[in-house]
Ligand binder design. Structure first.
Ligand code: AQP
Length: 322
């Protein structure tokens, strides 16, 4: 039984938010019973304008970084979404059970489609592909942040409705919030989440940033004029974010600080200690891209039989010939 499915979009360099909010919980879950799938969502990365060469490189980079951060292919299946054709086949079958209005009212669609420029049809149907990703692997649990809640609710609604209308076919997944999943905020604009696609790199710590870049980014992190180091997300979002990063990076409650400078020094040290081994392992793995491709091929071979079985059940339930 596959327990969890976590997706990562290869839309840019993975950052500290991705690591603390999703990669570390995924690695920690390896100690628990039930397997996990880590999926590189390369098809989702094509819902916005994209560069083919960057997508190819990004997909391999994310796979390499996941391995460098401790994803163990013996316990977690590492897959690239597009390499498992059952994702797209189930996507179409589910599209035929989804109302246009259900997709069009998704907040993420409204936000991203309002940015200007041509809106790809796949941006509208993205949550249906996400539902297919989850349902095809019979995932029981999906770690979700606030921004994906609405999509997970749609997945649950589609699965429940399909089961009721066409017969028991899908596991209805639960959204879970990983215990430690802090939401790491942008260091330059701490009311927004740290994001791969934010306009400047000043708010982001890339997982491969060298120590001097980490130090500079943290030393320039936006704080406030209150002058007291305390957890106060409402009035002191920058300081609160630094405390969260420190706590998540060290696994300990931060001590007392009398200055922002001292806090920033400890955050820098903690983040550097966290990222140094990942950088080192990444460099070793990046020397052997054939190995990473092999791991993806193995992941595909392992998950495909169950995915095929789900698609066959769905096809039969819908009245398609086998
Ligand atoms: N700032 C964050 N704090 C905690 N967790 C985060 N995640 C993303 N940003 C933070 C979690 O990382 C996983 C992978 O995210 P994704 O690749 O699917 O893309 P995203 O959530 O849209 O992240 P980005 O960085 O903001 O990407 P873009 O800019 O491409 O949209 C998810 O589990 C996510 O919750």
């Amino acid at each position: 039984m596959t327990k969890r499915l976590t997706g990562f979009q290869p839309t840019g360099n993975l950052h500290l938010g991705n690591l603390l909010g999703a990669m570390r919980p995924l690695v920690a879950a390896q100690e628990e019973p039930g397997g996990s799938i880590a999926m590189i969502a390369d098809l989702h990365a094509m819902t916005m304008e994209h560069e083919p060469a960057a997508l190819r490189k990004g997909t391999l980079d994310v796979a390499t970084l996941l391995l460098a951060a401790g994803v163990d292919p013996g316990r977690t299946e590492l897959i690239a979404q597009s390499q498992i054709p059952e994702h797209t086949e189930l996507h179409y079958l589910l599209e035929c059970t989804t109302a246009y209005g259900e997709a069009a009212r998704m907040i993420q669609f409204k936000e991203k489609s309002a940015r200007g420029g041509p809106v790809r049809l796949s941006l509208l149907t993205y949550p249906v592909l996400m539902a297919a990703d989850i349902l095809v692997h019979n995932a029981h649990e999906v770690p979700v942040g606030d921004d994906q809640n609405q999509h997970l609710e749609l997945t649950r609604a589609l699965a429940t409705r399909f089961n009721a209308r066409y017969g028991e076919t899908f596991v209805v997944p639960e959204g879970v919030r990983p215990e430690s999943a802090a939401r790491i905020m942008d260091l330059a604009d701490p009311v927004r989440k740290m994001s791969k696609s934010s306009a400047t790199a000043a708010g982001r710590i890339g997982l491969l940033d060298p120590p001097e870049v980490i130090r500079r980014t943290i030393s320039r992190a936006v704080t406030d004029t209150v002058g007291i180091v305390r957890h106060d997300p409402e009035n002191q979002p920058g300081v609160t974010n630094l405390l969260a990063i420190l706590a998540e990076s060290t696994g300990e409650r931060p001590g007392a600080y009398t200055s922002y400078g001292a806090l920033k020094r400890d955050v820098t040290e903690a983040v550097d200690a966290l990222l140094a081994p990942i950088r080192k392992r990444y460099a070793e793995l990046a020397d052997d891209p054939g190995y990473v491709r092999e791991i993806l091929a193995e992941g595909k071979a392992k998950v495909r039989p169950a995915a095929l079985a789900t698609v066959r059940r769905a096809r039969a339930a819908l009245g398609l010939l086998d």
